[in-house]
Each structure stands twice: as C-alpha cells, then as structure tokens.
Design a protein around this ligand. Structure first.
Ligand SMILES: Nc1ncnc2c1ncn2[C@@H]1O[C@H](COP(=O)(O)OP(=O)(O)OP(=O)(O)O)[C@@H](O)[C@H]1O
Length: 754
C-alpha cells in the first residue's frame, strides 16, 4: 500500500471534488424523482433517474472510480486524463463527464495497460497514442487508501528480476493481488477494476462473430461472459435488447449462483436458462398429447451410480452420443433431401387454356430443380410456398406473353377467373407433396432401421457400423414405444423443426452466452446458433472439465469446424487461473496432467499463496463425523463462509448428509433438483459443483475416483473449486490412483483413527 504516493494529495483532492459533485447530483436527482407525473415520457426518464440515484447513493459516492489512465493522443498531442468507474457520471449542469464508464471505448486503454503504441476503437475510427499512466485506487469512506501505478513489467524488473519469468509464474500486479486476497465469498462478483488484458480482448470482441473461449478452471470464463453482456448492452443499445439476451448454463443451481452479479453489471432482464428448460418448452408444442420428456438425470444415474450393466451403458452411450453429434445433424439434412428426391413425383404441371386451346406447361424437372436446389436453403414448408409462388409467376408470365401474341385484352374479371383457376390447379398439384411434421419425421428417421442405415451410415461414417445403428434405432424405438422422448432428442427435434417449418421471429436471441459449453453437444450448440441473430454468441468452457462421457464436446474443433463456420468463430484461450491458491492449483494440475487431451493447457495460478492441501486417511467405518464437524467449525471461526463437503455421487452425498446433519449446524444437502444456491455449508455430489466456488472444499470419498477419463475430469473439477482450502479425505485401506500420483511434497498428509 502506498499512501505516501507523491500524488496522494492531488488524487485525494480530485476525489473530494468528485464526491462533492456527486452529492449535488444526488440532491438534484432526489428532487426530480419525487415529482409525481402522468406523463409517460417523464415516467421513463424518472425510472432511469431512480436507477442512477440508487447507484450513486449505494456505490457511486463511496467509490466513484477505481482507475485512471493518462492518454497522449498522437493526432493532437493532447493529454486526456480519464477516471474510470463502474458507471459513467456526468454533471447534469455542464454535461461534463467526470467519471467514464468502464465499458466506454476509451476505457479499453485502462485494461490494455501502459504502452507507447496504444489505441482504442471509437466506432469505425481508431484513436492512437501513448498510455502514459495506468493507475488504480483503493478507497474507503471517501478516502484513498492505496494508489497502485501499473508499469507492471518495469516494477517487476526493479523488484524481482527478469519480468517474463515472473509473468510465466503468474506474477500479478499489486492491485489485483490486493483484490484477490480479500476473503472471497462464494458468489460471483464483478471484476471491472481488475479485468486483465486477455480477458478484456474477449469482453470487447466483435459482437457479430461467435467467440469461443477455452479457459482453465478459475480463469474467469463465467465472469467474463457476463461482463461481455454488460459491455454489449452499453455499446449496442440500438440493435440489442438485454431482454433478448440469453445465458445458457448447466443447471438451475448455477443460474442462481450467477444471477446476483448481473444487476451489479447493469444487465437486469437477461433471460437465463439451462438449454433443456428452454428447448423443452418449444419441443413440447411438437409432441402428441400424453408424450413426455424423460428425466434429464436418468443418464447421470446410469453412468455415475452402481447397478447397471456395461452393455446397458454401451447402448445408451452410442445412442446419446449420436443424438448430440453433427453426424446426426447431417442425417437430418439428408432426410429432407431424401424426401425431396424420392417422395415427390414432380409431375409435369400443365393445363389447357380453353379460350385459345393453348397448353401451358411447366416441366416436372423444372419444379424439381426449384424444390431441390433453387430454394433448398429454405425450410420445407416455406420452400413449398416459395416454389408455388415461383410457379405461379411463371404461369402468369406465360399467360401474358400468350395473350400478347394472341392480341387478347383480358379484362379484370377474366384475369380474376384465370387466377382462381391457377390457384385451384396449384392446390391440387402441391396437395400431393408430403406434409411433413417434425415429430413424425423424427420418429420415422430413428426407428426405420434401413432408412437410418442409408442416411447416417456408409462411406465417411466409419464409426457408424451396422451394429451401432441397430443399437441406436432399437433403443430409440423402445423409448418412443413408452410415449417418451429423452433430453438428447430435444435439440435434434428442434433442428428438424427448423428444417421443416423454420423458426418464428420471437424465438431469436440478440446474443447468447453458453457457459460450461463443453457439456453441451455439438447438436445443441448448432441449435443455439440457429436461434441467435447474426452469430452473436459467447461460448465458454473447458474441455478438461467435460465430465459426462455420454454427452458434450470432445474438442473445440468440432464446434469451430462444424458449427461456427461462416462467419468463423474466434477462438481464445485463457491459462491464468484466479480462483485457487498456488498450492491448490499445483495439486489440481497433477490431476489435469492425467487427462490426455491435445488441447489441455496447465493452469497458471496467480501468485497467491495459502496452506497446502491436506490428504487425510481414515480407518473407521462411514465418515469421521466428529472430526469433520470440528474442522468445519474451525474453518467457520477462521472467517470462511462457504464450505462444500463433496461426495462422488448423489447417493453418497445423501448418506453423508444424514450422518453429518446432527453434528454440523446449518448444513444443507444439494441435489440435482435444487434451484437455489444457498452458500454456507453444503453437502453435494461432485458433478454439481461445476462452475461454482467455495472457500473450502472437503472431498469426502476421494478413494472413489478411478483412473478413467471421466473420473479424472470429475476430480479435477472438484479440486479446482476452493478459493482457500482443500482437504482430500480417503479410507485408510484405499487411495485413488489419481491422488497417489500427486507428489507428496505438494500436500500435507495425516492419519486419523477411530
Ligand atoms: N481479472 C480478475 N480479477 C479478479 N478476479 C478474477 C479475475 N478473473 C477471474 N477472477 C475470479 O476468479 C474466480 C473464477 O472465476 P470464474 O468462476 O468466472 O472462472 P471460470 O473460468 O468460469 O471457472 P470454472 O471453469 O472453474 O468454473 C472468480 O472468483 C472471479 O471473480
């Protein structure tokens, strides 16, 4: 902390002046919003003023800004001194901007740091110059408590040696370190003051191209995606509406976990849903009466709980993987082609114009060409309409040229009669085209084995052997026979609806965020792309945290090469991890190392130290409940607020809860059906901890994690949840091979006996 900074007096004076102006603004706004009015426009203005007032009262006065940049413009050689805050503040009397909003174009300079070659985009223009100073402030009760100047590399050089080595090791500036060290509670918070340059690039990326982010655990993916929404709304209010923004997240628990930060960021009315909740609403309208979508957690039981045969799992795996694949999307397209080519007769359309005995005719081949090629890009039903319209125009053209040749002047009535006749003719011609409905077509494709073989198998689909297709088809038929569809049917069914009927305008989003995207299938992401205007998507995730063997992406290439092709998605990677201490990340990285993925990058923790993780062996039966209760109490008295006791699966967490509830006050059990994230002390299954963070994580049954790809990923997820402390408990008789492989120097070991 540098209270005696040479500019301290200057900055404190500037802050005092700013606060005086804000106080005046508050007084004026209070007077304005008191006024009762019937005028609608004034009501809208008052609503905005009330929001502004609330911000100024709650936060603006206390901490109007967090940073400053001095920018010397190349063109004019003028120095701009800009103070940056969470919201812009403008004096109502002079309209002078006293604080610039972090989302404003010029604020971008603050995030890219000091540089001789700096620039920012202002609309289409690029403003170039030099960032002479980047300064951060800590403030409390209107007093500056810290000033941090950001010549990052230079200060490292001075203090500790060669900068690059330290940056490699995750050196961070003092200001970020101070922010990270504040005891974290489990909720997500805004990071506007400490957004890092590579995170800033993502937040401010082109809005009309898909952005795909692969980031290690704790690299700020969720946080950044939400900040990007805030940035987009601020800069593109004319073309985007926040109520047309959608955040797709993995479960309802996660949605309540993130929902607090959205109003903080000034984006209140964003839609939030799991993919399934959103898509199921649309799909239900396509299902016959009495049909239902199966419980989405059934596969979790099948794959994570005991008591299921390997063959059962194999069939389910084949079927579920196929339904989420781009190969299936291709088969859906092939189905439509198949219908267009084999189920439509494309007869010649002809009739005799009685008055002249002239035969008008459109060859069947021409209609085929129109249907199967010219209008092939349109959904089936819209294509029918377009071809019909085209044919009608063609007939009319022929008629007028014939009438001209024959020098016949047809009056209004004659023309109307002709038009009616044509309409009748077209009704009967197009009436024999198959009337497709998405649901019937979908069922047919999956249950007609030979059709599925023809459309999904063959050259180029070597993995789709007859046996695999047989498994997919017969197990799908069984589900349909019970008048059910499964969650994995929802996306392809919607996709097929799009191919057949097209989507309605109100189904579209102005921007979609997909969090934990590795858990969605390529097919689901293809559907999200369909419903998002101008490819304005932010897709974030971590392949190393893809914990569902039966679903989800295997690699980002699948997405970039198969879904975000035109315009091409922009791919970013983040390897700096901000959540956990160095000690925790070192252990977690040992597990990550075991996940052999081409895209795996080791997480680089920021320089924040803490206690080393503990491995505790226990030789009794059940759980060491009294010991756990003591530990939890000790953590509580250390000031930690959120503590997760994690069991590998749902059954085990229920058992643990039963054993612990009378020993630990306020402990809560979280399951898949829970929609509220309570914070505090919770027992939960490992797969539900995704995306969340806790001060402390205690893994209750670490011996249960086998050396399989999915268990490794699951353990990695769990180990990367804590901000401060990690404890791995295991039975004395067994240890997970994944934990056995962690060098003992990286953790503290102890034994616990009955
Ligand atoms: N630039 C930053 N400044 C301060 N804190 C940050 C920054 N970036 C990320 N964090 C913090 O790091 C933690 C992890 O962020 P977040 O949950 O968004 O990461 P994630 O990549 O989505 O993680 P995971 O994949 O593990 O779920 C949060 O507490 C967040 O506030």
């Amino acid at each position: 902390m540098t209270i005696r900074h040479p500019d301290y007096d200057y900055e404190q004076k500037r802050l005092d002046e700013t606060r005086m102006i804000i106080q005046k603004e508050i007084d004026a706004l209070r007077r304005d919003v008191k006024e009762v009015t019937d005028d609608y426009v004034k009501q809208v203005v008052n609503y905005k003023k009330t929001k502004e007032l609330r911000y100024l009262e709650d936060q603006g006065l206390e901490k109007p800004y967090f940073g400053r940049v001095d920018f010397l413009k190349d063109e004019t050689y003028e120095m701009d001194r800009v103070y940056i805050g969470k919201r812009g503040i403008v004096r109502q009397d002079t309209f002078d901007s006293i604080v610039v909003d972090w989302r404003a174009p010029i604020a971008s300079l603050y995030y890219s740091g000091e540089s001789k070659d700096a620039y920012f985009r202002n609309g289409r223009d690029i403003v170039r110059g030099e960032v002479r100073l980047k300064r951060n402030f800590s403030m409390q009760n209107g007093k500056i408590t810290g000033i941090y100047d950001g010549a990052l590399k230079e200060s490292i050089q001075r203090e500790v040696g060669h900068p690059d080595e330290f940056l490699e090791e995750g050196y961070i500036d003092e200001f970020l370190a101070a922010n990270l060290n504040e005891t974290n509670d489990s909720r997500l918070k805004d990071i506007v003051a400490t957004i890092q340059s590579e995170q800033n690039d993502i937040i401010r990326a082109d809005k009309d191209r898909p952005v795909v982010v692969q980031g290690v655990a704790g690299s700020g993916k969720t946080t950044i995606a939400l900040h990007r929404l805030s940035y987009l709304i601020y800069n593109d209010q004319d073309t985007m509406l926040s109520k047309k923004f959608m955040v797709f997240a993995p479960n309802r628990l996660f949605l309540t976990y993130i929902s607090d930060v959205l109003p903080e960021l000034g984006v209140e009315d964003v839609q939030q849903s799991t993919f399934l909740d959103w898509a199921a609403k649309l799909v239900k309208a396509l299902l016959p009466k009495g049909w239902r979508i199966m419980d989405p957690h059934k596969p979790l039981h099948l794959f994570f709980e005991d008591g299921h045969s390997e063959r059962e799992r194999q069939i389910a795996l084949r079927r579920l993987r196929f339904k989420g694949s781009l190969a299936f999307r291709e088969a859906l397209h092939q189905y439509l082609l198949h219908v267009a080519e084999t189920r439509i007769a494309y007869k010649k359309l002809s009739f005799v114009y009685k008055r002249t005995n002239h035969v008008f005719a459109i060859p069947g081949e021409e209609i085929r060409e129109l249907f199967a090629r010219t209008y092939a890009h349109l959904p089936y039903r819209r294509r029918l309409e377009a071809v019909r319209k085209h044919v009608k125009q063609e007939v009319n053209k022929q008629l007028f040229s014939h009438l001209r040749d024959q020098k016949i002047d047809l009056d209004k009535q004659g023309l109307a009669r002709f038009e009616k006749m044509i309409d009748q003719l077209l009704d009967s011609y197009f009436g024999i085209f198959p009337e497709l409905t998405a649901f019937e077509a979908y069922q047919e494709l999956l249950t007609d084995l030979s059709l599925l073989m023809q459309l999904a198998g063959g050259a180029g689909h070597e993995e789709m052997t007859a046996e695999v297709i047989q498994d997919i088809s017969s197990s799908s038929a069984e589900i349909f026979a019970a008048e059910r569809i499964e969650p994995e049917d929802v996306a392809p069914l919607l996709y097929l609806r799009h191919l057949i009927e097209g989507l309605e305008q109100e189904d579209y989003f102005d921007h979609s965020v997909v969090d934990e995207a590795q858990d969605l299938s390529a097919m689901e992401l293809a559907v999200i792309r369909l419903v998002t205007k101008r490819d304005s998507l932010t897709v974030v995730g971590d392949i190393a945290q893809g914990i569902h063997a039966y679903r989800g992406l295997q690699s980002w290439e699948e997405l970039l090469d198969g879904v975000f092709v035109q315009p091409k998605g922009v791919y970013y990677t983040l390897s700096q991890s901000y959540r956990s201490t160095i000690e925790i990340m070192r252990c977690a990285n040992e597990v990550l190392r075991k996940i052999r993925l081409p895209e795996t990058v080791m997480a680089k923790p920021v320089l924040r130290h803490g206690e080393v993780p503990e491995r505790i062996s226990w030789d009794g039966n059940g759980l060491p409940v009294e010991y756990l209760a003591q530990r939890v109490e000790a953590y509580r008295s250390e000031g930690f607020q959120s503590i997760a006791l994690v069991a590998k699966n749902g059954e085990a967490s229920k058992k643990a809860y039963k054993a612990l509830r009378s020993h630990i006050e306020g402990i809560q059990l979280l399951g898949v059906k829970d929609a509220q994230f309570p914070g505090g002390i919770v027992v939960m299954p490992a797969y539900l901890t995704k995306g969340l963070q806790f001060d402390v994580v205690i893994v209750l049954d670490s011996e249960e994690y086998e050396e399989t790809e999915w268990d490794t990923k699951l353990l990695y997820v769990v180990m990367t949840r804590p901000v401060h402390r990690l404890v791995l408990l295991h039975r004395a008789s067994r240890m997970s091979p994944l934990i056995a492989a962690i060098p003992p120097a990286l953790y503290k070991q102890s034994e616990l006996s009955k």
